[in-house]
Design a protein around this ligand. Structure first.
Ligand code: ACO
Length: 430
């Protein structure tokens, strides 16, 4: 890694300081600002981390201007068409594509960790039937810390590996249990003879009263969505996993499903469908876009815009293609929500407001349409995202914990509260 130097001069005192910039293998250099506090007694101020790299990572690379996404160097377009979710998870976690033997071993380990402790199932009885599944999954995943606390030494690489396999294997089971609880249906146990996506569909949709046959196109669509959502470098939920994990907490507690939930992040696909239903018909698109562009309003075109992509999100293009394929297979080529989404995208991309701000469809503009076509209810969309993103969370947690230079994450602040003052007794306050 080469290093470049930048000079910072205090315009008032003339005091100089040399800042080193580190170059990665791709992407912009990062100026190391740690010496600023020592040399000038100041912090840097960057709300929302608009220009701050919080760590070094070898996992995922995004070029937001060019619309490029690489998992361990491999373009997402190649991974999406050639790989499986489990192979992608292996790649993200281990850094290299597995040999046939490694893949078989990994696949076997994930299949044989899919069951959850029976007592965990009782947790669901504590939730009301209309609890949001994301809240249930989030609570049950963090409660897994209570089940695997003794066997979890973060400094032990074997323990870290077992954690990675357990959480990847069990998160679909926990999610399916939340879904079944919501429906009031009996829990469906995992099947080790099925691959990851077929098993997921089975746990979600099978009922004891009849046979359930997994549709291979549905499994393929799910596989694709899981691959596309598997990692996205330092997004809000992954950064939360890193921050929580930097304290040395139990990793099940650090897997922060809840940070994904918000509509600005993983909750966007749920919000997109609500928006499409709200718009209703193509005739209403212009009126809706008028609301989006109104400076005094707070309506956003959900599924559009991204903190990093200022070009097409490459995942959105792949998902749109899968939408066409899946809807044709299901005989839903005239799916009104998909038609509306296509027209909305077309109109927005020609609109000066979106052009000027470089707002393009993101991964979630079409993912909700696919999930709906698969029969997944809206409230489960973010849970599906969480299942996929678990691969990324685990990869980042492992990378951080394997780094001997790991430090607790502790941002500083620009304090704007009252200056020091003296306490006033309650009877002396006006
Ligand atoms: N609709 C309308 N206007 C938008 C949108 C949108 N979806 N996104 C951004 N803008 C506008 C803002 O109003 C702002 O305009 P201004 O300069 O006139 O004030 C400008 O574009 C910049 O927006 P910011 O909010 O500063 O951009 P930021 O990078 O902070 O936000 C975000 C990114 C949160 C994703 C935003 O684009 C958004 O809210 N999109 C809709 C929600 C969504 O789809 N989220 C999913 C993201 S993908 C994921 O997490 C998996």
């Amino acid at each position: 890694m080469s290093s470049k130097k930048y000079e910072l001069v205090n315009a008032e005192t003339g005091k100089k300081s040399v800042l080193e910039a580190r170059s990665g293998s791709l992407g912009p250099d990062c100026i190391s600002v740690a010496s600023l506090t020592r040399d000038h007694g100041v912090f840097t101020f960057d709300p929302g981390f608009m220009a701050t790299a919080a760590c070094e990572s070898k996992i995922t690379y995004i070029d937001g201007d060019a619309g490029v996404l690489l998992y361990r160097g491999y373009p997402i377009e190649q991974i999406a068409t050639k790989s499986t979710f489990l192979e992608t998870a292996y790649l993200l976690i281990n850094g290299e594509l597995p040999t046939p033997g490694q893949l078989e071993q990994f696949d076997h380990s994930i299949r044989y960790h899919t069951m959850i402790n029976e007592t965990l199932l009782r947790f669901f009885n504590g939730f009301h039937y209309d609890a949001h599944p994301m809240a249930m999954v989030s609570a049950v995943v963090s409660s897994m810390a209570a089940f695997y606390h003794d066997s979890m030494d973060n400094d032990n690489p074997r323990h870290r590996e077992i954690f990675a396999h357990r959480i990847l294997a069990k998160i679909p089971t926990v999610s399916a249990a939340a879904y079944k609880h919501m429906l009031g249906q009996p829990f469906v146990y995992p099947r080790n003879d099925m691959d990851y996506c077929a098993n997921m569909l089975h746990m979600f949709f099978a009922v004891p009263a009849e046979d359930y046959v997994v549709d291979p196109i549905a499994a393929q669509a799910l596989e694709l969505l899981l691959i596309l959502h598997a990692d996205h470098e330092q997004n809000a939920s992954t950064s939360t996993v890193r921050l929580a994990g930097s304290t040395g907490t139990n990793p099940y507690a650090a897997i922060c499903v809840s940070a994904l939930w918000g509509p600005a992040h993983g909750g966007a696909n749920e919000a997109v469908l609500e928006m499409l239903e709200d718009i209703g018909t193509v005739d209403n698109i212009q009126k809706f876009l008028g609301r989006v562009k109104d400076k005094d309003g707070n309506t956003r075109l959900m599924g559009f815009g991204h903190r990093v992509y200022k070009n097409f999100d490459p995942r959105a293009k792949i998902i749109r293609e899968m939408c066409h394929k899946l809807l044709a297979r299901l005989g839903q080529t005239d799916n009104p929500l998909f038609e509306l989404a296509l027209r909305l995208e077309e109109i927005a991309l020609k609109d000066e407001y979106f052009i000027a701000r470089k707002l393009y469809p993101n991964v979630d503009f079409y993912s909700g349409v696919i999930y709906s076509a698969l029969g997944v209810p809206r409230s489960m969309f973010t849970v599906m995202f969480a299942i996929a993103r678990t691969a990324g969370w685990v990869a980042h947690w492992l990378e951080m914990n394997g780094d001997p230079a790991m430090k607790i994450g502790r941002p500083r602040q620009l304090y704007t509260g009252p200056k020091q003052r003296d306490y006033v007794e309650v009877d002396k306050r006006a």
